[in-house]
Design a protein around this ligand. Structure first.
Ligand code: FMN
Length: 185
Protein backbone atom coordinates (compact mmCIF):
# COMPACT_ATOMS: atom_id res chain seq x y z
CA UNK A 1 0.00 0.00 0.00
CA UNK A 2 1.24 3.49 -0.83
CA UNK A 3 2.02 5.90 2.00
CA UNK A 4 -0.05 9.06 2.22
CA UNK A 5 1.58 12.38 1.31
CA UNK A 6 1.99 13.46 4.94
CA UNK A 7 3.34 10.06 5.94
CA UNK A 8 5.87 10.21 3.10
CA UNK A 9 6.99 13.71 4.15
CA UNK A 10 7.32 12.57 7.79
CA UNK A 11 9.19 9.37 7.05
CA UNK A 12 11.49 10.49 4.21
CA UNK A 13 15.17 10.74 5.03
CA UNK A 14 18.36 10.51 2.99
CA UNK A 15 19.58 6.93 2.48
CA UNK A 16 23.23 6.26 1.71
CA UNK A 17 23.26 2.47 1.31
CA UNK A 18 21.14 0.49 -1.16
CA UNK A 19 20.35 -3.08 -2.14
CA UNK A 20 21.15 -3.87 -5.79
CA UNK A 21 17.46 -4.63 -6.54
CA UNK A 22 16.29 -2.53 -9.47
CA UNK A 23 13.07 -0.47 -9.40
CA UNK A 24 10.11 -2.03 -11.19
CA UNK A 25 8.84 -0.39 -14.40
CA UNK A 26 5.74 0.76 -12.52
CA UNK A 27 7.77 2.33 -9.69
CA UNK A 28 10.04 4.15 -12.13
CA UNK A 29 7.10 5.36 -14.18
CA UNK A 30 5.31 6.74 -11.06
CA UNK A 31 8.49 8.57 -10.00
CA UNK A 32 9.11 10.06 -13.45
CA UNK A 33 5.45 11.14 -13.64
CA UNK A 34 5.83 12.87 -10.25
CA UNK A 35 8.73 14.87 -11.72
CA UNK A 36 6.80 15.80 -14.84
CA UNK A 37 3.74 16.77 -12.78
CA UNK A 38 5.73 19.23 -10.64
CA UNK A 39 4.89 22.93 -10.71
CA UNK A 40 7.28 25.42 -12.30
CA UNK A 41 7.23 29.20 -12.64
CA UNK A 42 4.89 30.16 -15.52
CA UNK A 43 4.76 26.42 -16.25
CA UNK A 44 8.09 26.79 -18.05
CA UNK A 45 9.16 23.21 -17.22
CA UNK A 46 12.78 24.27 -17.68
CA UNK A 47 14.09 20.80 -16.90
CA UNK A 48 15.25 17.61 -18.53
CA UNK A 49 15.29 14.30 -16.63
CA UNK A 50 17.83 11.59 -17.43
CA UNK A 51 17.21 8.21 -15.83
CA UNK A 52 20.45 6.24 -15.48
CA UNK A 53 20.60 2.56 -14.54
CA UNK A 54 23.94 1.95 -16.31
CA UNK A 55 26.33 1.38 -13.39
CA UNK A 56 29.41 1.84 -15.63
CA UNK A 57 28.29 5.39 -16.48
CA UNK A 58 27.57 6.16 -12.82
CA UNK A 59 31.01 4.80 -11.87
CA UNK A 60 32.57 7.07 -14.51
CA UNK A 61 30.77 10.15 -13.12
CA UNK A 62 31.74 9.14 -9.57
CA UNK A 63 35.41 8.83 -10.53
CA UNK A 64 35.36 12.08 -12.49
CA UNK A 65 33.75 14.00 -9.61
CA UNK A 66 36.43 12.75 -7.20
CA UNK A 67 39.21 13.55 -9.71
CA UNK A 68 38.15 17.20 -9.96
CA UNK A 69 37.25 17.66 -6.28
CA UNK A 70 40.59 16.21 -5.12
CA UNK A 71 42.49 18.71 -7.30
CA UNK A 72 41.25 21.51 -5.04
CA UNK A 73 42.25 22.55 -1.52
CA UNK A 74 40.71 20.35 1.18
CA UNK A 75 38.66 23.19 2.66
CA UNK A 76 36.92 23.85 -0.69
CA UNK A 77 35.50 20.36 -1.17
CA UNK A 78 33.28 17.91 0.68
CA UNK A 79 35.29 15.83 3.20
CA UNK A 80 33.49 12.79 1.76
CA UNK A 81 35.90 12.84 -1.22
CA UNK A 82 38.74 12.07 1.22
CA UNK A 83 37.25 8.63 1.84
CA UNK A 84 38.41 6.17 -0.86
CA UNK A 85 35.28 4.06 -0.44
CA UNK A 86 32.97 7.04 -1.02
CA UNK A 87 30.69 6.67 -4.03
CA UNK A 88 28.85 9.83 -4.92
CA UNK A 89 25.73 7.77 -5.91
CA UNK A 90 26.06 5.28 -3.03
CA UNK A 91 25.74 2.41 -5.56
CA UNK A 92 22.00 3.07 -5.90
CA UNK A 93 20.42 1.08 -8.77
CA UNK A 94 18.76 4.16 -10.32
CA UNK A 95 19.89 7.78 -10.48
CA UNK A 96 17.82 10.53 -12.09
CA UNK A 97 19.68 13.63 -13.25
CA UNK A 98 17.95 16.98 -13.67
CA UNK A 99 19.54 19.37 -16.11
CA UNK A 100 18.23 22.80 -17.05
CA UNK A 101 18.92 25.90 -19.07
CA UNK A 102 20.10 28.81 -16.87
CA UNK A 103 17.11 30.95 -15.91
CA UNK A 104 15.92 32.81 -12.84
CA UNK A 105 13.54 30.17 -11.49
CA UNK A 106 15.10 27.00 -12.95
CA UNK A 107 16.98 26.00 -9.77
CA UNK A 108 13.80 26.40 -7.70
CA UNK A 109 11.70 24.51 -10.25
CA UNK A 110 14.27 21.68 -10.35
CA UNK A 111 14.40 21.61 -6.54
CA UNK A 112 10.66 21.15 -6.38
CA UNK A 113 10.81 18.40 -9.02
CA UNK A 114 13.52 16.51 -7.15
CA UNK A 115 11.50 16.62 -3.93
CA UNK A 116 8.43 15.38 -5.84
CA UNK A 117 10.51 12.37 -6.87
CA UNK A 118 11.85 11.85 -3.32
CA UNK A 119 8.32 11.82 -1.93
CA UNK A 120 7.02 9.57 -4.72
CA UNK A 121 9.85 7.11 -3.98
CA UNK A 122 9.08 7.22 -0.24
CA UNK A 123 5.37 6.66 -0.83
CA UNK A 124 6.22 3.53 -2.85
CA UNK A 125 8.36 2.13 -0.01
CA UNK A 126 11.66 3.05 -1.70
CA UNK A 127 14.42 5.32 -0.39
CA UNK A 128 16.38 8.15 -1.95
CA UNK A 129 19.03 10.80 -1.48
CA UNK A 130 19.15 14.13 -3.30
CA UNK A 131 22.63 14.78 -4.71
CA UNK A 132 24.43 18.05 -5.33
CA UNK A 133 27.98 16.65 -5.20
CA UNK A 134 27.97 14.98 -8.65
CA UNK A 135 28.16 18.55 -10.05
CA UNK A 136 31.92 18.27 -9.35
CA UNK A 137 32.21 16.02 -12.42
CA UNK A 138 30.74 18.54 -14.88
CA UNK A 139 33.76 20.78 -15.30
CA UNK A 140 36.73 21.38 -17.61
CA UNK A 141 37.57 18.59 -20.08
CA UNK A 142 34.79 16.29 -18.74
CA UNK A 143 31.82 18.69 -18.90
CA UNK A 144 30.84 18.23 -22.55
CA UNK A 145 31.62 14.51 -22.59
CA UNK A 146 29.36 13.78 -19.60
CA UNK A 147 26.60 16.14 -20.72
CA UNK A 148 26.54 14.26 -24.03
CA UNK A 149 26.61 10.85 -22.31
CA UNK A 150 23.63 11.93 -20.16
CA UNK A 151 21.72 13.34 -23.16
CA UNK A 152 21.36 16.81 -21.65
CA UNK A 153 19.70 19.08 -24.24
CA UNK A 154 21.95 21.78 -25.80
CA UNK A 155 22.85 24.54 -23.32
CA UNK A 156 21.46 22.58 -20.35
CA UNK A 157 23.71 22.01 -17.36
CA UNK A 158 23.68 19.79 -14.30
CA UNK A 159 21.38 21.09 -11.56
CA UNK A 160 20.72 18.21 -9.15
CA UNK A 161 20.23 14.45 -9.11
CA UNK A 162 18.54 11.85 -6.96
CA UNK A 163 19.62 8.30 -6.19
CA UNK A 164 16.74 5.88 -5.66
CA UNK A 165 16.51 2.27 -4.55
CA UNK A 166 15.67 -0.08 -1.74
CA UNK A 167 17.48 1.24 1.34
CA UNK A 168 19.96 -1.01 3.10
CA UNK A 169 20.38 1.31 6.08
CA UNK A 170 18.25 2.48 8.98
CA UNK A 171 17.74 6.21 9.06
CA UNK A 172 15.51 8.23 11.35
CA UNK A 173 14.12 11.52 10.02
CA UNK A 174 16.17 14.56 11.11
CA UNK A 175 15.16 16.63 14.15
CA UNK A 176 12.77 19.48 13.41
CA UNK A 177 13.82 22.93 14.63
CA UNK A 178 10.76 24.90 15.71
CA UNK A 179 12.91 28.06 16.04
CA UNK A 180 12.98 28.21 12.23
CA UNK A 181 9.32 29.29 12.21
CA UNK A 182 7.72 32.64 13.10
CA UNK A 183 3.99 33.09 13.47
CA UNK A 184 2.40 36.52 13.05
CA UNK A 185 -1.21 36.54 14.19
C1 FMN B 1 20.20 20.44 -2.60
C2 FMN B 1 20.67 19.23 -1.82
C3 FMN B 1 21.89 18.65 -2.15
C4 FMN B 1 22.33 17.52 -1.44
N1 FMN B 1 23.48 16.90 -1.82
C5 FMN B 1 23.87 15.78 -1.19
C6 FMN B 1 25.02 15.05 -1.66
O1 FMN B 1 25.65 15.39 -2.64
N2 FMN B 1 25.36 13.91 -0.99
C7 FMN B 1 24.64 13.46 0.08
O2 FMN B 1 25.00 12.43 0.63
N3 FMN B 1 23.54 14.12 0.53
C8 FMN B 1 23.14 15.25 -0.08
N4 FMN B 1 21.99 15.87 0.31
C9 FMN B 1 21.20 15.32 1.41
C10 FMN B 1 21.33 16.17 2.67
O3 FMN B 1 22.59 15.97 3.25
C11 FMN B 1 20.19 15.80 3.64
O4 FMN B 1 18.96 16.13 3.03
C12 FMN B 1 20.30 16.50 4.97
O5 FMN B 1 21.44 16.08 5.68
C13 FMN B 1 19.08 16.25 5.84
O6 FMN B 1 18.91 14.89 6.07
P1 FMN B 1 17.61 14.10 5.62
O7 FMN B 1 17.47 14.23 4.12
O8 FMN B 1 17.86 12.69 6.03
O9 FMN B 1 16.43 14.72 6.30
C14 FMN B 1 21.53 16.99 -0.38
C15 FMN B 1 20.30 17.58 -0.09
C16 FMN B 1 19.86 18.67 -0.81
C17 FMN B 1 18.51 19.25 -0.49
Amino acid sequence: MEKTTLQSIRERSSHRKYLPDQLTKQQLSAIVDAALQSPSAVNAQPWHFTVVQDQALLADINKTAAKHALKREEDTRSPRFGDETFHVFYHAPTVIFISAHKSHYAPIDCGIAVQSMALAAESLGLGSVILGLPREAFVDEDKERLERALKFPADYGYVISIAIGTPDDEKAPHEMDPAKVSYIR
